[in-house]
Design a protein around this ligand. Structure first.
Ligand SMILES: Nc1nc2c(ncn2[C@@H]2O[C@H](COP(=O)(O)OP(=O)(O)OP(=O)(O)O)[C@@H](O)[C@H]2O)c(=O)[nH]1
Length: 529
């Protein structure tokens, strides 16, 4: 479980690799999409500009033809339809048709549809045009404005032509005939060849009532189709002056970007359409190639990232193992230190611990200018105890006495230690002889209070002898051995003078060796103090 907490760098590394791969793919995808949108926007602008230009061209083409009709209309109104007037007009018509390439011909018909004069060399008097749409229109409408008609097949040449006509009035205002300019289908067909709308694009030139004048693709040019049910006419060109729309053509199922513009002067509109599929053709290829490249790069990156994550994982595991090993080693060291510094039988600090502590505290008291005291303690007649009760009971006895000695510590810096065998020591830093003696008294009483039977002892129970010594490190020097020797000497004195007593080292008090409690101690008796 600890390893999981340490695994966060692995998660971070994994997250980094995944995010980097996603960012690479995402950024490229976004760029590719933007390029697509730009291409479609450009196609929309291009078709719109082209439709605008073609609408202007068509408007100008019809305007030039209409100017001819206007002049002709005025001449006929002024000069009438007499023989001389018609001959003069006939000559003019021929030169005007030559000047304007869009013109297929110019014709004048009388009120019955008979040919009066035309731009052609021979007048086809055998034809009658009273059945034509434009003738019927002008006969029924007395205005003199130009009228744009649907495409028709020329009776004289058989070609498809577009018509532009005006009414001729007699002097009394009644219907006198029609002047007609025919515009060549081929003129627009050739003109539109100059514009590239792609293999599947189209240019459409149509009347505002939905009849196609010309629909030009790369391969074909058609005329006369009824567009009234086509979406481009029904939903767009019939309702707006100009605009753009993406539409699927029902004829071939092609999705095209369409832009349409109405002519300014005449009731017609032009549409330019390009295939969306064609517009995006190159882009699609590029996007495909780039996507393969980016996916390959992302794959390489992911593979390298996976290796990196593994290395991070390995490193984290190694670090974790190292930390674990260090913790175990520290724990082991602490145990070893504990074992090395403590006595196995009693649990008290051992002689080594005692030596270090007493030396360190002595040096410290030297600096702090405080007294240093030491109590050496020895269990009385312990050899006899072992002999009487056995070594195991002897160990138990030592443990009980050690516990009492350990409990006698009043301050944290005091140290109770097993000095060796049945001998113990109490190190008392910053404690003068009076304090040490007081503690010795209470300790001796504590051991007596244990009431450990000892049939070999004078009082019938286990007692201890204590040697108490003090030293002023400032005055007397901070020699540890001196203090130990003093306490030892005092203890020796206690043993020599009968055991179960406390003896202070001479000079530690003003008086020389002062023997305390020569008599055996009584439980809880204060008379020794
Ligand atoms: N059971 C037990 N006995 C120990 C241990 N260490 C030392 N002793 C015994 O303690 C006894 C000490 O005997 P001595 O040095 O003659 O002193 P004593 O018998 O107490 O006599 P005085 O000190 O003069 O009162 C020896 O017999 C040691 O074997 C221990 O860890 N366990």
């Amino acid at each position: 479980m600890l390893f999981n907490k340490k695994a966060s760098p692995v998660c971070l590394a994994t997250l980094f690799v995944v995010m980097a791969c996603l960012a690479l793919i995402g950024l490229d995808g976004w760029r590719t999409w933007q390029t697509r949108e730009d291409l479609l926007r450009e196609a929309g602008v291009d078709t719109s500009n082209m439709a605008q230009a073609l609408a202007q061209h068509a408007d100008q083409t019809y305007k030039e033809a209409d100017l001819v009709l206007q002049v002709l209309q005025e001449h006929l109104a002024e000069d009438g339809l007499g023989e001389r007037s018609l001959q003069r007009i006939g000559r003019q018509l021929m030169s005007q048709v030559n000047e304007l390439p869009q013109l297929h011909g110019i014709f004048v018909y009388d009120e019955n549809g008979r040919w009066l004069v035309s731009s052609q060399r021979t007048l086809m008097t055998q034809y009658n045009n009273s059945d034509r749409e434009y003738f019927i229109y002008h006969k029924q409408h007395d205005d003199s404005a130009a009228h744009v008609g649907p495409p028709v097949q020329s009776r004289s040449t058989g070609q498809w032509i577009f018509t532009l006509s005006r009414r001729v009035n007699k002097p009394d205002g009644s219907f006198g005939g029609v002047v007609l300019a025919t515009i060549s289908f081929d003129y627009f067909k050739h003109y539109y060849e100059n514009f590239d709308v792609g293999r599947r694009g189209a240019i459409l030139f149509a009347l505002n009532d939905g009849i196609t004048l010309i629909r030009r693709t790369r391969e074909t040019a058609t005329t006369g189709k009824d567009l009234r049910n086509a979406a481009i006419f029904r939903d767009y060109a019939s309702k707006m002056e100009k605009g753009s729309a993406e539409l699927v053509a029902p004829s071939d199922g092609e999705l095209r970007i369409n832009s349409f513009v109405r002519l300014r002067r005449f009731p017609m509109f032009v549409t330019v359409a390009v295939s969306k599929d064609e517009v995006l053709g190159n882009w699609r290829h590029d996007a495909y190639m780039r996507t393969i490249g980016v996916l390959f790069l992302a794959g390489v990156f992911a593979a390298l990232g996976r290796r990196m994550v593994r290395q991070v994982k390995h490193q984290v595991r190694s670090e974790y193992d190292a930390v674990n090993a260090r913790a175990k080693s520290d724990q082991l060291n602490a145990t070893l230190v504990q074992l090395a510094m403590h006595d196995g039988l009693t649990g008290l600090p051992n002689r080594r611990h005692f030596d270090r502590t007493v030396a360190a505290e002595m040096a410290r008291m030297g600096k702090e200018k405080g007294p240093m005291s030491l109590i050496m303690i020895d269990v009385d007649q312990f050899k006899l105890y072992n002999d009487i009760y056995g070594h195991a009971k002897g160990d138990e006895c030592l443990r009980a006495v050690a516990k009492a000695i350990g409990a006698s510590r009043k301050r944290s810096r005091d140290l109770a230690a097993r000095y060796g065998g049945e001998e113990f020591a109490l190190v008392l830093p910053d404690c003068d002889i009076h304090g040490a003696m007081s503690l010795a008294y209470s300790l001796r009483q504590s051991v007596t209070d244990l009431r450990l039977s000892h049939s070999g002892a004078k009082g019938g129970h286990v007692t201890i002898s204590l040697g108490v010594a003090s030293l002023d490190p400032v005055r007397e020097g901070d020699n540890v051995l001196t203090l130990i020797e003093r306490a030892d000497q005092a203890l020796y004195q206690a043993k020599q003078t009968g055991r179960d007593r406390i003896v202070t080292y001479p000079g530690s008090l003003k008086s020389a060796v002062r023997e305390e409690s020569r008599k055996p101690s009584q439980p809880r008796s204060r008379q020794d103090g």
